[in-house]
Structure formats: structure tokens, C-alpha cells
Ligand binder design. Structure first.
Ligand code: PLP
Length: 439
């Protein structure tokens, strides 16, 4: 149990049961350190981390430039509370974030977690429009605070134990092309009738003129890694504009290069009113925020939102270094190239396994959906095979996550620094894992 290089041992650690079970966990690894796409346990085993800590370590684990920026900032100032002072790292970051979307007049607000930033977006939308209602999408995930649970429908466990939840929240259909009525279709020929469902929502639940905002994940994450058909976001933008409804793009999982664009909305040329960001923004330090036009953002009165740690100075230093790395190392372009390589490879492999119902992805946000071939219409979810594939991959030292309401999707979230050789290695491990899992 001793790693000769690190000189560390798991034998001296407290029992793992000190951590409460609410932290459901997919491995029992005790990790000593990470580097690039790899995690190294205290026993010296190396794992290819294609979870990226749930889509966070876009620059890879412990990128030297990010680590150096954190260390330098920590030695100077650890906490520079935003209600009390300005700090250089924060001022730089606010200024940079005001220029990451096309056009002028943007501003940012910084907080800690994705859920907290979604809360900010909801509060801003209500204040700015004077309207009460928020509409979310079925399968969507926005966090686990009270307000964000109310918006989340990805899976029962995220909200099922916690009624009553905040009201004036309604849900409408996301275009889940593989599960469109009448059979599975490629997304270009998708028959999803999300627009008719939204119209029904307006006629059955809530007048559109009472709706402050519609919140959408441009590529839907926890609920199944769903890539929408090409017309979806542009049409949603038209509909929201027509009714004076703000469009909130939740880019917590899709942002900072993940899908092969800096933000996923760029794939469809859509300008949201509020963009929510977290995860990839600071390579692992807790930081989140929203971007909106200043004329909207400034409608939040002083003191109406915030928090003790929001926009922490060390996290801001990490974010500035992260933005530098993404630019200097061409990580958005690499996400596109490695994503294309991965999707092609997955399609080639999947054709040999009857349990793979769908292969999809955008950039380095990739998924395999598992079904029971020959049962019903051939699209019955197959969580058992999904779990086995994940376990077989882990046994071969590849970490991948699951997703989907029925937990029948394997999702693959490599760091954006990953190499062509690592993608090939992951593909061959997945091929073996599918075979071993009887997929
Ligand atoms: C799209 C989306 N929104 C919000 C959140 C919540 O972020 P956090 O876990 O940082 O609160 C997540 C987390 O997975 C997410 O994927």
C-alpha cells in the first residue's frame, strides 16, 4: 500500500466511513495527486480521468500555470470579501468576463457554486421583468439548493425527498431526439414536438406574460447528454423574445470550451439574456457566476444577492490563469478535434454492440445510451449494462460517469488537454469494457 514515489500510505488514514453516505461515490479510490488527464492513487495506480471531476478540470489536473497562480495569490491574500474591498484578481476577471460573449455592454456577477449562480439568474430575471414564473425543461439539472431543485427534473433522487419545493416553476419538453415519438431519428430529422409542448404549457399552466425566464442547458447534461436538433435554440430565442421572456442559458457544464466552442450557445449563434457559468471557469477552485447586459444586471439592488465567499480572490486568480491556458494552448480547438475523433471512434465501436441504442456528443461531451435490444420498441432503458460498462472501464483504469433519468447513459467528459493517444486508449478500453459487460 506504499507509493514509493510519493512515500504515502492509505494504511494511516481514518476509515472511509467517516464520510456520510449522502456523498454517493462511484469509486473507492483515495487519490494522492492528479496531472493532466490522469489521477494517481495513494497506492500509485494511474487512472485516465474522463470524468474531469464532473466537467471541471478542463485544463487538466493541477495545470502548472493554474497551480502557480493559486500559490502566488494564496501567499498574498486568501480572502478579499467583495462587500468590503476590490482585489486585482477579481477586477481583472470581471473585466475579462465582460468580453467573452460577442457584442458590447456585458457584465458579470461572481459567486461560488453552479447552483448559487442559477439562484442569481432566477432572482435577476424576476427583478428585471417584474414577473414571477420560471420555466425549465424536463430532464434538466440546475443544482440542489431549494430553488434549483425545483427547476431540476433530471432524476427523482435530486428532488423526490424534499417537497414542498418553491413554486411558480413549470417544466416543458426538451427535444430528446432519440426518444422522439414514432421512433429514433438522427437529430437532423428529429420529430420532437417541443414547440407544441411549450405552447401547451402556455395554455395549460401559465400565461407567457407571467413568465420571467426560460432556463435551458444548450446541451443537456445530467439528464442524459442530449444534443438538441439544430433549430431548437434559435427558435426558443425567437419565442422568448416575442413574449418578453428572458432566456437563461445554463452553461455550467457546457462552458469554457467543453463543446468545442467557448460557450455552447455559439454553435447556434444564440444570444442569451443571462448566461450561467461554473465548473470549468477556475479548473477546480469553487467559482461561478452569471453574465448579462449591464442594463439588466444592474437591476439587482445592492445587497439583494451575494455571499461571504463569492468571487474569492484565490478562485479568481485560478480563473484568470485558466482563461490564459484555454487561449494559449488552443483548448477550444482541441476539444473540437478530440471530440470529433472520439465520436467517430464511439460510433465505430457501438455498431458491434446491440445494447447501444444511441451515440451522441458535441465536442468533449460524449455519451452512449444503453437499451434492451428486442424488448418493447427497442428503446427500453438498460441501467444494468450501463453500470457494468462503467465498472469494467474502472477495472481497466478509465473513469467515466453515468447520466440520464434511468441511469442508462455512460457519459464521457475528458479534460480539454487530452491527447489523440489518450482518446485512442480510452476507445480501446471502452471497446473491451462493452464486450466484458455483455453489451
Ligand atoms: C447544468 C448545470 N447547472 C447547475 C449545476 C450545479 O452546479 P454546482 O454543482 O456547482 O452547484 C450543474 C452541476 O452539475 C450543472 O451541470
Amino acid at each position: 500500500m506504499i507509493d514509493a514515489a510519493a512515500g504515502t500510505s492509505t494504511a494511516s488514514l481514518p476509515d472511509r466511513s467517516v464520510v456520510p453516505p449522502v456523498w454517493g461515490r462511484i469509486t473507492n479510490l483515495v487519490v494522492d495527486h492528479g496531472q493532466g488527464s490522469w489521477l494517481v492513487t495513494m497506492d500509485g495506480e494511474r487512472y485516465l480521468d474522463y470524468s474531469s471531476g464532473i466537467g471541471v478540470t478542463n485544463t487538466g489536473h493541477a495545470h502548472p500555470r493554474v497551480a502557480a497562480a493559486v500559490a502566488a495569490q494564496a501567499a498574498k491574500l486568501l480572502h478579499g470579501q467583495q462587500n468590503i474591498m476590490y482585489h486585482e484578481a477579481g477586477l481583472r476577471l470581471y473585466d475579462r468576463l465582460a468580453h467573452v460573449l460577442p457584442g458590447e455592454g456585458w457584465g458579470a456577477f461572481l459567486s461560488n457554486s453552479g447552483a448559487e449562480a442559477v439562484e442569481a439568474a432566477v432572482k435577476l430575471a424576476r427583478v428585471a421583468t417584474g414577473r414571477p414564473v420560471i420555466i425549465g425543461f424536463r430532464y434538466g439539472y440546475h443544482g440542489r439548493t431549494a430553488q434549483t431543485m425545483a427547476l431540476t427534473t433530471a432524476k427523482d433522487v435530486y428532488r423526490g425527498h424534499f417537497e414542498p419545493l418553491p413554486g411558480s416553476v413549470y417544466h416543458t419538453a426538451y427535444p430528446y431526439c432519440y426518444r422522439a415519438a414514432g421512433g429514433a431519428h438522427p437529430i437532423d430529422a428529429c420529430t420532437c414536438d417541443w414547440e407544441a409542448e411549450l405552447d401547451l404549457t402556455f395554455h395549460q399552466f401559465v400565461y407567457p406574460e407571467h413568465v420571467a425566464a426560460i432556463i435551458v442547458e444548450p446541451v443537456l447534461g445530467e439528464g442524459g447528454y442530449l444534443v438538441p436538433p439544430p433549430g431548437f435554440l434559435p427558435r426558443l430565442r425567437e419565442i422568448t423574445r416575442r413574449h418578453g421572456i428572458l432566456l437563461i442559458a445554463d452553461e455550467v457544464q457546457t462552458g469554457f470550451g467543453r463543446t468545442g466552442r467557448f460557450f455552447a450557445v455559439e454553435h447556434w449563434g444564440v444570444e442569451p439574456d443571462i448566461l450561467v457559468m461554473a465548473k470549468g471557469i477556475a479548473s477546480g477552485l469553487p467559482l461561478s457566476g452569471i453574465i448579462a447586459k449591464r442594463e439588466t444586471l444592474d437591476r439587482l439592488p445592492p445587497g439583494s444577492h451575494g455571499g461571504t465567499y463569492g468571487g474569492n480572490v484565490v478562485a479568481c486568480a485560478a480563473a484568470n490563469a485558466t482563461l490564459d491556458v484555454i487561449r494559449d494552448e488552443g483548448l477550444v480547438e482541441n476539444a473540437r478535434a478530440r471530440g470529433d475523433q472520439f465520436l467517430l471512434g464511439l460510433r465505430r465501436i457501438a455498431a458491434r454492440y446491440p445494447s447501444v441504442g444511441d451515440v451522441r456528443g458535441l465536442g468533449l461531451m460524449l455519451a452512449l445510451e444503453f437499451v434492451r435490444p428486442g424488448e418493447g420498441d427497442g428503446r427500453t432503458p438498460n441501467p444494468e449494462v450501463t453500470k457494468r460498462v462503467q465498472a469494467e472501464a474502472l477495472a481497466r483504469r478509465l473513469i467515466v460517469l453515468t447520466a440520464g433519468t434511468y441511469v442508462n447513459v455512460v457519459r464521457i467528459i475528458p479534460p480539454l488537454v487530452t491527447t489523440a493517444a489518450e482518446v485512442d486508449l480510452a476507445l480501446s478500453i471502452l471497446d473491451e469494457s462493452l464486450a466484458a459487460a455483455g453489451a
